[in-house]
Every structure is written in C-alpha cells, then in structure tokens.
Ligand binder design. Structure first.
Ligand SMILES: [Zn+2]
Length: 519
C-alpha cells in the first residue's frame, strides 16, 4: 500500500511530529448502561496499550480542562445545555417532556455523570484545538472526542455535545479554512449540518449509505449557498476493504488538500468502520484505517485526531493505539505487551488482526463512479471565483487552556478563552440569510465579559444553519411517538425552490441500536 503523501515540505513521512495527547483517567468510568454498545471503557483500554507500548514517553500527555457551560453554548442551545447539566437518572422522570424534546433517553440515555462526561470529552477536543492554534504541537489527539451526531439542540446516535463543531470553531479563530474528515462508518451529520452553508469549513465524510443510521450523507448533498461544494459525501456499501477504501480516500483527499488548502485538519477516526465491529459492516483492517491517519499526517498541516464510534472495543483500542504510533512516527511491534486488559486481546494477543472474508459489495464500477463524481465536484470548486480567501487570519489570544497532569492551576480555569474583539469570521453573509432565531432561555446569570464578538458570530451562524435546516426535522421529531423510526424529508438549508443546489433527500431515521439488534 502506498504510504506516501504528496506535499510534505520537510522531507520523508517518517519525520517526527510533536504530539499532544489528551486523556482523563476518569473517562473510562462513565457507563451508558447495561447492554448499551457505547463503552467509554475503551478509552481506558487504549490508554493502557499506549502506556505499555511506551508511547506516552513520546508525547505531551494532558488532562483536559472540562469544557464550561459557555463553551458548550457556542454551538448548542442554552436550554439544551442547561438540561444536560441538570438531568440525572433520578430526576429524569420529572423531565419527560424535555427528554423527548432533546432526544435523550433511548440511544442517548441519561446516566450518572453525563454532563461531566460531556465536559471532559469536549474539553479534550477544544484543548487540542487551542494547542494547535498556539503551535504547541503538530498533532493533537483526543480519543474520547469525535461525537459527530450531536445537534444544536438534540442528542443523537450516542452523542450529546458535538465536541467536533466546538473544536472547529476554536480552530477558526486562527485558521481561515478548516478541513473536517470523517472515517466513522456513520455519516458525520452533526458536523456537516453545522457548517453546511459556509466555505470556512469543508466537510468530507466516508460512510455506509443506504438504510443505515443516520440516513443522511447522499453523494448529491454538497453544501449550500456559499458552502456549495464545501461538503462532500462518499457513500459506501457493506464489506469495503482496505484497497477499495484507499482507492477513494487518497485521490479525493489529495485533491481536497490541493484545492482547499486548509490551515488545520480535523480527522474523526471512528473505529466502527473496522472489520468485525458490533454495529458496523465494513471490512477495514487497523492498518487500512490508520492509513487515513498516515495520509492526512503527510500533508504536514496541524492535525486534530478524534475518536468517535467503535463498538468491538478490543479492536477500538488496537486501532487508536496504532494510530497514535502513526501520529508519532514510532513503530510498535505486533505482539502485544503485557497490560491490565490483556485478556480482551486473546487469542491472538497481537495489535493487528486479519479482516474477515466477507463479500465486498462495492464494485469497481461503483467506486470509479463515486470517485469521478467527487473529483468533478472538486474541479468546480477549483475553478470557482469564490475561492479567494484571506491570507491573514485574525489575531486571537488565549490564556493557557490546558494543564499538565503534574502542573495543575485551579485559578486559571475560568479564564480559558480570551478573544480579541473585532474578529471577523466572515459570518455576516451567513447570518444575513435571515432565519436565525435563537432560542434564548437564560438558565443563569452569565458573565458576558468574555463572550466576545467571535462567540456571538459563531452562534449566530450556527443558529442560522440549524434553524433553517431543522425547521422540518424538529416538527417531525416532535410528532414521532414512541420508537417508530420517523421517515421524513430533510429540508434544504434554504431556498427549497433551488433544487439543483441542494437536492432534498429522504432520510430514514434509524437507531444504531436497532442495527445492532439485527446482527
Ligand atoms: Zn459511527
């Protein structure tokens, strides 16, 4: 397999990178409940492998500062965040109306410490963005993040807070353009939706498409308005193997990097696209999955690596451990070192396990067609006059966001983000599309002093996107009683009359748990 990138200014791909790794030793203790496939314990298993392979010695290990309410509210609705903060397993009976409204309860259960879990995984992603913005590292890693399905005012697909959107908003303070790449088996719908009408963020999602959660991610969905061609979707079928996957990933991502020239890249490394995943149906090996990391790393652009799905947890730990070694440029042996979870990894006790012999339903013709279509979209973007970006990013300053595990400074916690005013994120045109209607439910007196223009602008555009795009969705969601999967026609972001720009697509809302039960 070709492991070379194509634009590394500093020499071979084997050159070292400075890596910051975010980990909270508490994160493995959160528990979604009996039988739930999402197991935060997998982060602890990953960490144990990193420790025993000696990889922690090669990187800066940081404990994330928990994201604060006002951090979460830069994307999420105030009342939704307030609800997440106060709901507990004991109080949820009194909050039934809200549970339903915010889609909390089934796939996204209320569990002990839910809010602090959200604060922790989000703190790692925002912290990684801050470290990259400061140039303190080349690559930042937060395997507990990557919860790409969460919406502005709704939990979805085991995700409550969209740490990715919040991390990208942070990166946008320094970088004119941010690229988001998603290799989870599920469509990265929450992130795509948040940035659907802007060219400041390009989203590219590779996912299983067709009768599969969350139902979005049609190849014809390409962004809208100023964001047209800045959202790309690569729909795939069951059983895709390493070679087929890379026959799309590399040419598409090469062209994206060449045309879009992002200042930073966020790669969501959902491991449910691995062979043998409890909820997935792809056939990637750990090496095939990690090839995406290796390839994106080779462009030598600040890189934020996040987790995501992944439900056969021994393979998730294998994958994220190996991908950490790839990020570092350190080779680790296949034979697994002794570690406290070694029993999970039998009978092989190796890092790499062979994929299965399942059928690859992605024919050569189909793959060729998908690649041609996406390269065609990118050629339009290449020639679009709108590809004129400011080269001088706005000046922003932050106080130190994160702290070393051995260097805690409690006093610093509330002065995490200090943003200069007069920051122009070029959101005006988006905000001006008009339909932004913020649902402000002030849960508590907020200190507005450090909520500067950038936050307001960011929230304004998110509100615009979500409110316009979700106007139909939310109605349907409100009507959907019980467990029946509502089938609805997702609305265009704006201007339904203009069918060419953003084809309306049918969305089958299906629970990932339903899919698990089918296996
Ligand atoms: Zn997933």
């Amino acid at each position: 397999m070709d492991t070379s990138g194509n634009s590394l200014p500093s020499g071979s791909d084997g050159s070292k990178r400075k890596v910051c790794y975010f980990y909270d030793s508490e994160v493995g203790n959160y528990y979604y409940g009996q039988g739930h496939p999402m197991k935060p314990h997998r982060m602890r298993m990953t960490h144990a492998l990193l420790t025993q392979y000696g990889l922690l010695d090669h990187m800066h290990v940081l404990k994330p500062n928990p994201a604060r309410e006002k951090d979460l509210c830069r994307f999420h609705a105030d009342d939704y965040v307030y609800f997440l903060r106060r709901v507990t397993p004991d109080s949820q009976q009194e909050l039934l109306k809200h549970l339903k409204r915010f889609n909390v309860g089934e796939d996204c259960p209320v569990f002990d410490g839910l809010y602090s879990f959200c604060q922790t995984y989000t703190g790692g992603s925002i912290g990684g963005a801050v470290k990259l913005n400061h140039g303190h590292c080349d690559i930042a890693i937060n395997w507990s993040g990557g919860l790409h399905h969460a919406k502005k005012c709704e939990a979805s697909g085991f995700c409550y807070v969209n740490d990715i959107v919040l991390a990208i908003l942070e990166l946008l303070k320094t970088h004119e353009r941010v690229l988001y790449v998603d290799i989870d088996i599920h469509h990265g719908d929450g992130v795509e939706e948040a940035f659907y009408i802007t060219d400041r963020v390009m989203t590219v999602s590779f996912h299983k498409f067709g009768d599969y959660f969350p139902g979005t991610g049609d190849i014809r969905d390409i962004g809208y308005g100023k964001g047209k061609y800045y959202a790309l979707n690569v729909p795939l079928d069951d059983g895709i193997d390493d070679e087929s996957y890379q026959s799309l990933f590399k040419p598409i991502m090469s062209k994206v990097m060449e045309v879009y020239r992002p200042g930073a890249v966020v790669l969501q490394c959902g491991a449910d696209s691995l062979s043998g995943d409890r909820l997935g149906c792809f056939n990637l090996s750990v090496k095939g999955h990690a090839e995406c990391v290796r390839f994106m790393r080779s462009f030598n652009v600040p890189l934020l690596l996040l987790g995501g799905g992944g439900y056969t947890i021994r393979n998730v730990a294998r994958c994220w451990c190996y991908e950490t070694s790839v990020a570092l440029g350190v080779e680790i042996e296949d034979k697994m070192p002794q570690n406290e979870y070694i029993d999970y990894f039998g009978p092989e006790y190796t890092l790499h396990v062979a994929p299965s012999n399942m059928e690859n339903k992605n024919s050569r013709e189909m793959l060729d067609g998908i690649r041609a279509k996406l390269l065609d979209y990118l050629s339009k973007l290449q020639h679009a006059p709108s590809v004129q970006f400011q080269d001088n990013p706005p000046e922003t300053q932050f106080s130190e966001e994160n702290e070393d595990e051995d260097n805690k400074d409690e006093d610093n916690k509330d002065e995490r983000i200090v943003v200069d005013s007069d920051v122009n994120l070029d959101y005006e045109s988006n905000a001006a599309t008009g339909k932004a209607k913020m649902e402000i439910v002030e849960p508590e007196a907020k200190d507005q002093n450090d909520v500067m223009a950038i936050d307001e602008l960011a929230r304004e555009v998110e509100s615009t996107v979500i409110d316009t795009k979700n106007s139909k969705d939310s109605t349907v969601a409100g009507e959907a009683d019980g467990d029946d999967a509502p089938v609805y026609q997702d609305s265009n972001v704006a201007g339904e009359a203009d069918g060419d720009d953003a084809p309306a697509h049918h969305v089958t809302e299906k629970s990932p748990i339903d899919e698990m039960d089918q296996l």
